[in-house]
Design a protein around this ligand. Structure first.
Ligand code: FAD
Ligand code: 2HG
Ligand code: ZN
Length: 480
């Protein structure tokens, strides 16, 4: 297991005692206060098995008021708190480092409303993305985001990480799709901005601060999100390309020629494909006779099946004739489309099966994006590791994963800080969509100036003066 860097438990935090447990039982009833070892073990460990904390208490509020009462008690007592959603985060943000109290939203799962005209959906924070998408689809809408973790990740969690995912290219960031939210501050104050209308220019848009705050500014208890109408015609192509230059040219043309119907543009390299086939039995290679270095998943979504297919076929024929695409297939039914998405979404799962993964989630300008993978492959060529590159090419977001049988400190030291320096030198961001969590709070300086980080500390002080909310995450230690 990965040992977190030299972080020490904050001496300002109190230790949990029986009186605290009794107070929480008064607020929640005994069902909401979990001390069972098996449940605590699961909640103390992250999805990758990389980070493990030592919390002795998991709380499951059912209402906003209970969440407020919990935080008021924790703040008065200086008990540190970790909010936890589906615990699918990839930077160790949702698990404690030490004995922080875990506040889980698993019992706050109610979908509250769906406006059938403008698609505004409101829900409690613990509703999973899959549940929300299923509900939206029953009424002709869909969620504006989609992730491999949809079965487990929750509204409060994906908003707190400002998750990107597979539909970002089409529907943009949650900073645009989230219409309103309700959050509880460290002292128990409830900030309610659950409006469902798209426009509201009355003062500072405070809800934006909670989107991507990774639980460091408040606990999100409810969310209002704008759902687009589901497209009536969707096509999915899986394409093989020989070179990265061809990949970027196909992308450029797809934006130009598919225009308004382009809804996803994902890529994976051969190493990602091979590793996924090796570790996931149910994944089928859509183009088994090809042996190219790059594969693309290109989706169109529109409202006129004949027109959309003609457009896609024309685009693919031209790209093939010009040698940009070596081979390709278009899914003939939803089963085949699910198979292709299953391969793309399965890469992280396969990596988890393969052992330890050094995971980097980088924003990089398109020309530099795959150079990073090649540079890293060269740099680590003397180690027994597999360097895998894939991601949301349409969003300039590379998932660089280095897979190894075990965690080795000497390997990590060859990757870091090099990977962050290289990214900063090439104008990128060291976290495109997963956040900073406990993995890289100190690395924020590669992407944000000292003035910006200083202002973030001041915002933190304002919202959470005793620093009880998700300590050791997102922000670097202060140098005083
Ligand atoms: P958690 O992991 O529980 O928490 C994430 C962070 O939010 C933590 O800091 C936690 O403290 C905080 N938090 C949780 N709930 C609350 C709350 N109610 N209030 C305040 N803070 C809270 N991410 C992407 O961006 N794009 C992807 O395509 C993508 N694909 C993924 C695929 C897989 C297989 C997996 C395992 C993860 C993937 N992720 C992806 C990572 C992503 O961050 C999460 O899946 C999702 O955003 C986290 O939701 P969660 O409910 O699991 O949150
Ligand atoms: C994805 O796009 C996720 O599949 C996970 O963001 C990426 O595991 C990863 O590195
Ligand atoms: Zn991703």
């Amino acid at each position: 297991r990965w040992i977190s860097s030299a972080v020490q438990r904050g001496s300002n935090y109190a230790e949990l005692n029986q009186a605290d447990v009794a107070a929480f039982t008064d607020i929640l009833g005994s069902g909401g206060v979990v001390q069972d070892e098996t449940a605590l073990d699961a909640a103390n460990e992250d999805w990758m098995g990389k980070y493990k904390g030592n919390s002795k208490l998991l709380l499951r509020p059912k209402t906003t008021q209970q969440t407020s009462d919990i935080l008021k008690h924790c703040n008065d007592r200086r008990l540190a708190v970790v909010p936890q959603g589906g615990n699918s985060g990839l930077v160790g943000g949702s698990v404690p480092l030490f004995d922080e109290v875990i506040v889980s939203f698993a019992s706050m799962k109610r979908i509250l409303s769906l406006d059938k005209v403008n698609g505004a959906l409101t829900c409690q924070a613990g509703s999973t993305l899959q549940e929300l998408d299923d509900h939206a689809r029953e009424h002709g809408f869909l969620m504006p985001l989609d992730l491999g973790a949809k079965g487990s990740c929750q509204a409060g969690g994906f908003v707190s990480t400002n998750a990107g995912g597979l539909r970002f290219l089409r529907y943009g960031s949650l900073h645009g799709s989230v219409l309103g939210l309700e959050a509880v501050l460290a002292d128990g104050t409830i900030l309610n901005s659950m409006q469902t209308l798209p426009k509201d220019n009355t003062g500072y848009d405070l809800k934006q601060l909670f989107i991507g705050a990774e639980g460091t500014l408040g606990l999100i208890t409810a969310v209002a999100i704008r759902c687009p109408f589901a497209s009536t015609s969707t096509n999915l192509a899986y394409l093989a390309c020989e070179s990265y230059e061809a990949v970027t040219e196909v992308y450029r043309r797809a934006r130009r020629e598919l225009g308004e119907i382009l809804s996803a543009f994902e890529f994976l390299d051969r190493q990602a494909l091979e590793l996924t086939k090796q570790h996931l039995e149910n994944v089928k290679d859509p183009l088994p006779s090809t042996n190219t270095q790059f594969y693309l998943v290109v989706e169109t979504s529109g409202s006129n099946a004949e027109h959309d297919m003609a457009k896609l076929e024309g685009f693919l024929t031209d790209a093939m004739e010009e040698g940009l695409i070596a081979d390709g297939t278009i899914a003939q039914d939803t089963g085949q489309a699910q198979g292709i998405w299953g391969l793309r979404e399965g890469i992280s799962v396969a990596l988890r099966h393969a052992g330890a993964t050094y995971k980097y989630d980088l924003s990089l300008p398109p020309p530099a994006l795959y150079t990073m993978v090649e540079v890293m492959r060269q740099r680590l060529s003397h180690h027994d590791v597999r360097v895998v590159g894939y991601g949301h090419l349409g969003d300039s977001n590379l998932h660089l994963n280095i897979s190894s049988a075990d965690w080795k400190e000497e390997v990590r030291k060859e990757i870091e800080p090099f990977v962050y320096e290289w990214t900063a030198e090439h104008g990128g961001s060291i976290s495109a969509e997963h956040g900073l969590g406990q993995m890289k709070p100190e690395c924020i300086r590669y992407s944000k100036s000292p003035e910006m980080v200083g202002m973030m500390h001041r915002v933190k002080d304002l919202f959470d003066p005793n620093h009880i909310l998700n300590p050791y995450k997102l922000l670097p230690q202060r140098t005083q």
